[in-house]
Design a protein around this ligand. Structure first.
Ligand code: NAD
Length: 436
């Protein structure tokens, strides 16, 4: 059992803190957001993440998990400190490290124990862990030894707990073998294969993994765009490709592209990382370009179908960047809503969980419905943006019954064409023939 502090209680920090306490460690999570900390102290999860609240409460009750806004309190006895603060993108696409730098300074000012190990969970450009060590050493209040270990996070929002206990690998990048061994020991109860490497390679593994997955998505989306023109069905094409074990079926779902808090910023950051060493990462630049184009595909299709969208009522089904999360960072819904409003359409959106977060970004440019049915009532067009279970299993006759004209643009290929043809619906999806 180790005494651990986690800096930052967002999707990654909170899941990390809770899961580390679940396997027996003594964990104190610190966040600068007082409201968030207050809610967690009351046993309320400040984000939407299935199963996490129950696990958080259980470990709080068992006395292994606590929350504070005081770095001093969090670090007083900590043997290991995890940094899990945000690394958003700057205007030029590079990673903004100001929260990591601040966290390093907070550590330097408050760390008490000697030989404390700093573990960077945040996704950071190659070389950042070395900077973290420098930032800490330059600001230390008490003369102690610190080691840094890169331990990038691979969990997915919406299945954070499952991923922490069943992930494919844990990557540990370190220069000091003893520090690496301590982090390996901490993680052993998760029962996941551990890969140890140097710090720079660990930092790179995270970016390379996300860039590769993004590449798979943009690749299948380009295949989908061609399928539409040559009369092939991308669902069958992806299935047939995925049967080849060298390719695999995952991340070959054609749609309106990737979004969220990781892929968009991490792909752009990697282009910057490459550029900084005079390498133009042309392949990844194309992946990003394809994704930007794909996000507005439904609007493009609707514009082509109607000529003008002026005065059309559009029901937008789904706001979150993917199902099972309330995260709308870089979600396609934001771009689609903006495009539709620009075209003069009126938009009514529905999402089971992400509406409040969406309101903060999209504001009152669009209306928000409390149910799928309310969004669809009297609509001219429906656009399926997020494949929430309740959206993708919506009986097709609901579109027929409630809409003024049942014209559906499905950005996530939720319905089988064989089913759609049985209904009186006009249906356009991605990489498949339209049903007219
Ligand atoms: P987030 O924005 O949800 O949370 C960050 C938290 O850190 C916030 O609550 C903020 O108040 C807190 N914070 C900032 N500075 C602080 C400080 N000095 N002291 C204490 N608290 C501080 O971020 P996130 O989505 O959890 O992502 C964190 C990191 O993990 C990022 O680098 C991200 O790229 C990476 N990552 C995210 C995911 C994901 O699915 N969200 C997956 C893998 C990796």
């Amino acid at each position: 059992m180790k005494k651990i502090a986690v800096v930052g209680t967002g999707y990654v920090g909170l899941a990390t803190g809770v899961c580390l306490s679940e396997i027996g460690h003594d964990v104190t999570c610190v966040d600068v957001d007082e409201q968030k900390v207050q809610r967690m102290k009351e046993g309320i999860l400040p984000i939407y993440e299935p199963g996490l609240e129950e696990l958080m409460k259980k470990n709080m009750e068992d006395g292994r998990l606590r929350f504070t806004t005081s770095h001093k309190e969090a670090f007083a006895e900590a043997e290991v400190i995890y940094i899990a603060v945000g690394t958003p993108q700057k205007e030029d696409g590079s990673a903004d490290l100001r929260f990591v730098e601040q966290a390093a300074k907070d550590i330097a000012e408050n760390v008490e124990r000697d030989h404390v190990i700093i573990v960077t969970k945040s996704t950071v450009p190659v070389g950042t862990n070395h900077k973290v060590k420098q930032w800490i050493e330059a600001n230390l209040k008490k003369k102690v030894e610190v080691d840094v270990v890169s331990n990038p996070e691979f969990l997915r929002e919406g299945s954070a707990i499952y991923d922490t206990f069943h992930g494919d690998r844990i990557v540990i990048g370190a220069e000091n073998e003893q520090a690496a061994a301590v982090i390996e020991e901490i993680n052993r109860p998760f029962g996941i294969p551990i890969f140890k490497t140097d710090i720079r390679s660990a930092e790179m593994i995270k970016y390379a993994s996300n860039a590769f997955l993004a590449t798979k998505i943009s690749f299948i989306n380009e295949i989908a765009n061609i399928c539409e023109k040559v009369g092939a069905d991308v669902e069958d094409v992806a299935y047939g490709m995925g049967l080849d074990s060298r390719i695999g079926p995952q991340f070959l779902r054609a749609g309106i592209g990737y979004g969220g808090s990781c892929f968009p910023k991490d792909t752009k950051a990697l282009v910057q990382i490459a550029g900084n060493v005079d390498h133009q990462f042309e392949l990844l630049e194309a992946v990003i370009h394809v994704n930007n184009r794909q996000q507005v595909k439904l609007v493009e299709k609707a514009r082509k179908r109607f000529g003008s969208l002026q005065g059309k009522k559009v029901a937008m089904l789904g706001l979150a960047f993917k199902p099972n999360t309330d995260d709308i960072r870089e979600a396609a819904s934001i771009v689609i809503a903006e495009e539709l409003v620009k075209e003069g359409a009126s938009v009514v959106a529905y999402d089971p969980i992400a509406t409040e977060n969406a309101k903060r970004v999209i504001g009152d440019k669009i209306d928000y419905a409390c149910s799928i049915e309310d969004a669809l009532r009297d609509a001219d067009i429906a656009m399926i943006v997020t494949e929430w279970e309740q959206i993708k299993t919506l009986p097709l006759d609901t579109f027929e019954k409630l809409m003024k004209t049942p014209i559906v643009f499905d950005g996530r290929n939720c319905y089988a064409i064989e089913e759609v043809v049985k209904h009186d619906i006009e249906y356009h999806s991605i990489g498949r023939a339209s049903v007219l």
